[in-house]
Design a protein around this ligand. Structure first.
Ligand code: TTP
Ligand code: MG
Length: 347
């Protein structure tokens, strides 16, 4: 069965937030970015885009192109706040949400009963009603096509790409629309007279490896509308840990060491399964008189291996003064993050 993937992306996100916070900006050329001489544009409203202003453009050039624009310094905490609200709406639809950036996510809605376009319209409605913002949504059977679809008729877009539309819909596209093709690759291809997907499609597979290295196969598949990447769900988890009441109370550190080794093994397993690593190790002890003690150490790098976890916990225990017997011991790891996966070229 084909998957059903949504790609959602807020329209002119930072600029749109500025407009909801100050409605007098509505309909104006709002440009958010560094306002110093060397600043660059983070984003701008669609009104400003008409004048050729775009993300990453030096602010002084944006001023030349759009002298009547309203230039605003970014308020990142506020964008985070609104982003959290958007994600709450997404999680109310499904747990299968993969955040990609502050204003962008994939949702796997394969197993939801309602029709995808109904679900997408509901998301758009909720975001509009609750936050006063517009969002563009693409629907397809894989991530690559869903992302292409969300970009199809921004802002406030909704687009479905079905199997029978491929390859027709892909062929006329300029290469820069192929997510995963960086600027350099596009230039290289232009140099040999390849400007759109159809021309690329007709090249032999081996050539893709020459041009894109190990990602060649991936690009070859993508322009055929194939992409097997899963929507990777990651809900932030605060910590992972294990604890146990000892069979016999003890004051011997060497006895406690064995428990720490066991815990480190379990924690490593969990982290590997979930592609996580952590930075803060916590040792917990409960004494024979039921007093709890916790001591933590934040490391200067993320760890996940049994050995690193064990060593960090042991270093805490080693220097502790045990005044009475211990009846319970626990080790946990917090400040977790998802390990970066190898990214496809430059996006
Ligand atoms: P985008 O989704 O790329 O852009 P956007 O939401 O402003 O506009 P669009 O309607 O085309 O989706 O990026 C999301 C936010 O990330 C954007 O509002 C500002 C920030 N950003 C930067 O700070 N610098 C950049 O170069 C880009 C591309 C985005
Ligand atoms: Mg956006």
């Amino acid at each position: 069965m084909d998957k059903v993937i949504l790609h959602v992306d807020m329209d002119a996100f930072f600029a749109a937030v500025e407009v909801i916070d100050d409605p007098t900006l509505k309909g104006k050329a709002v440009i958010v970015g560094g306002t110093s001489e060397r600043g660059v544009v983070a984003t701008c409203s669609y009104e400003a885009r008409k004048f050729g202003v775009k993300s990453a453009m030096p602010t002084y050039i944006a001023k030349e192109k759009c002298p009547h624009g309203i230039f605003i310094h970014p308020r990142h905490y506020r964008y985070e706040e609104i982003s959290n609200e958007v994600f709450k709406i997404l999680y109310s639809i499904t747990d299968k949400v993969e955040p990609v950036s502050i204003d962008e996510a994939y949702l796997d809605i394969t197993y939801l009963k309602e029709r995808p376009e109904v679900i997408a319209s509901r998301i758009k409605y909720m975001v509009r009603k609750k936050l006063g913002l517009t969002i563009s949504i693409g629907i397809s059977y894989n991530k690559f096509l869903a992302k292409l679809a969300s970009d199809w008729n921004k802002p406030n877009g909704l687009k479905i790409i079905t199997r029978d539309m491929v390859p027709k819909i892909l062929f006329p596209l300029p290469l820069k629309k192929v997510h995963g093709l960086g600027e350099k690759s596009v230039k290289k291809l232009n140099n040999i007279g390849i400007f759109n997907v159809e021309q690329l499609y007709n090249l032999p597979r081996e050539l893709f490896y020459d041009y894109f290295g190990k990602f060649g196969g991936e690009i070859y598949n993508r322009i055929r509308g194939e992409d097997s990447r899963e929507v990777t769900v990651y809900r932030e988890r605060k910590s992972v840990g294990r604890e146990t009441t000892l069979k016999r109370n003890t004051q011997e550190k060497e006895d406690l060491k064995i428990y720490i080794e066991d815990f480190a093994q379990d924690i490593e397993e969990y982290l590997l399964e979930n592609n996580l690593s952590g930075k803060t190790v916590i040792l917990k002890l409960k004494t024979a008189s039921f007093q709890n003690h916790t001591k933590s150490k934040t490391l200067n790098k993320y760890i996940y291996s049994k050995r690193d976890i064990f060593e960090a916990a042991w270093r805490i225990l080693e220097v502790l003064e045990l005044k009475e017997e211990v009846r319970l011991i626990g080790v946990s790891l917090t400040s977790l993050k998802t390990n970066e996966e190898e990214q496809l070229t430059l996006f």
